[in-house]
Design a protein around this ligand. Structure first.
Ligand SMILES: C[S@@+](CC[C@H](N)C(=O)[O-])C[C@H]1O[C@@H](n2cnc3c(N)ncnc32)[C@H](O)[C@@H]1O
Length: 376
């Protein structure tokens, strides 16, 4: 069964449950005012260093306010929202982190989402644009309009979220036996490339990402200490030459949701040409249900969000598989992650006897020779 958690107003006792069933609870108020204040409370607590300070020791609001340079009365109210929502616990007179916050929000935790929560301040601006998007259908075009100060926050935010997927992704990724060369399109921080190369000792990876991304992702990749086995290549997957029959694995994680259908189909064809026979093209994505009647709130919410940022959205895995098939690949069974709601892998293999497909117009700008020298 698919793992499909959802955001929903729930009841805290049998009487509230009965009120819910009888449709007496003002659900839209809970899902707008309460949800928005809780979201913003977690973001602000992260930015002010509240989780780090409480992680070090339990504190009273007065001690904490001094520690993070804030107002004690306001800190108490913020702590109470976080306590009522399971982020903090209270034992008179002090507040401490719950196990959930210690794992996900403590900046020093190996699973920390701290940098990802900070990225939410920029995403909030995009969410504010929703009404304009619905009225006009015009997207923000995030990658073209991101400010210089947002780029480093974006790359750190993606790195922090990728950490959550990494274990299951690395374990379940269908890497061809004896794979040597990997292309990680939009691979940013390089966490997946580094992890896959560690698991497959003969594998080397080239991360193709936009120049502004590479500038700020370079220090994150350096932390992986992979040397020349995992390298960045600044460029653009939509215009660069991806090569011909030269990669055993092409990974595209969290990128197809930024491209529309014709762009993705064209890219899938070029990826197919770039794969060696027997090579695998793996897409890691939020999946949208194929029908609005199907369960899958995360996929639908992210579909709208990416429409605002990129005039695209999430795709059903069946649709991604159909484009892979049309490009000449053999799709594999979709993998749905158990540890991440609505996310999974849609992979496909290039048949060993595939006849090379020629493009009608081979108008891609960057020379492939640079890639070849990078993977040897
Ligand atoms: C949402 S992030 C995903 C990062 C990483 N793959 C992950 O899953 O954590 C999308 C990445 O794709 C990059 N990107 C966007 N458009 C691109 C393009 N045309 N060519 C190459 N990379 C692109 C962005 O700069 C960004 O680093």
């Amino acid at each position: 069964m698919k793992n499909v958690p959802r955001i929903k107003s729930t009841s805290e006792n049998p009487l509230e449950w009965a009120a819910h069933v009888l449709n007496l609870v003002p659900t839209p108020m809970v899902e707008t005012l309460s949800a928005a204040i809780l979201a913003r409370s977690v973001m602000v607590a992260a930015r002010l260093g509240l989780f780090a300070a409480l992680g070090a020791k339990a504190q009273t609001p007065e001690e904490l306010a001094q520690d993070i340079d804030a107002d004690a009365g306001a800190v108490r109210k913020l702590l109470n929202v976080l306590t009522a929502s399971g982020y903090v616990r209270y034992r008179e007179p002090r507040y401490a982190l719950t196990a959930m916050s210690r794992k996900w929000l403590l900046p020093s935790s190996p699973d920390s989402l701290h940098e990802n929560i900070l990225w939410r301040f920029y995403e909030w601006q995009a969410i504010d644009y929703l009404e304009e998007f619905v009225r006009t259908g015009k997207a923000i075009e995030a990658h073209e309009t991101l400010s210089a100060e947002a780029w480093p926050a974006y790359q750190r935010g993606m790195r922090s979220a990728a950490n959550v997927l990494a274990n299951e992704l690395l374990r379940r990724m269908p890497v061809p036996f004896g794979a040597k060369a990997m292309l990680d399109i939009g691979g940013s921080h390089g966490l997946y490339s580094a992890g896959l190369c560690r698991r497959h000792p003969g594998l080397r990876s080239v991360i193709l990402d936009l120049p502004s991304a590479v500038e700020h992702a370079a220090p994150l990749l350096a932390q992986e200490r992979m040397g020349d086995r995992v390298v960045h290549r600044p460029g653009n997957a939509l215009t660069d030459d991806l090569g011909e029959a030269c990669w055993d694995l092409v990974l595209m994680a969290q990128l197809v949701h930024h491209f529309d259908e014709p762009t993705n189909r064209d890219l899938f064809e070029r990826i197919t040409r770039a794969l060696r026979p027997g090579g695998v093209f793996a897409i890691v994505e939020f999946f949208r249900p194929s029908s609005p009647q199907a369960v899958g709130q995360t996929g639908m919410v992210m579909d709208l969000f990416f429409a605002i940022t990129s005039f695209s959205g999430t795709w059903p895995p069946e649709e991604l598989a159909a484009w892979q098939r049309e490009a000449g690949l053999t799709p594999k069974k979709t993998i749905h992650f158990l540890t991440a709601p609505g996310v999974g892998i849609q992979a496909a293999t290039k048949p060993r006897n595939a006849s090379p497909r020629r493009r009608a117009n081979g108008a891609h700008r960057t020379s492939f020779a640079d890639f070849q020298s990078a993977v040897g």
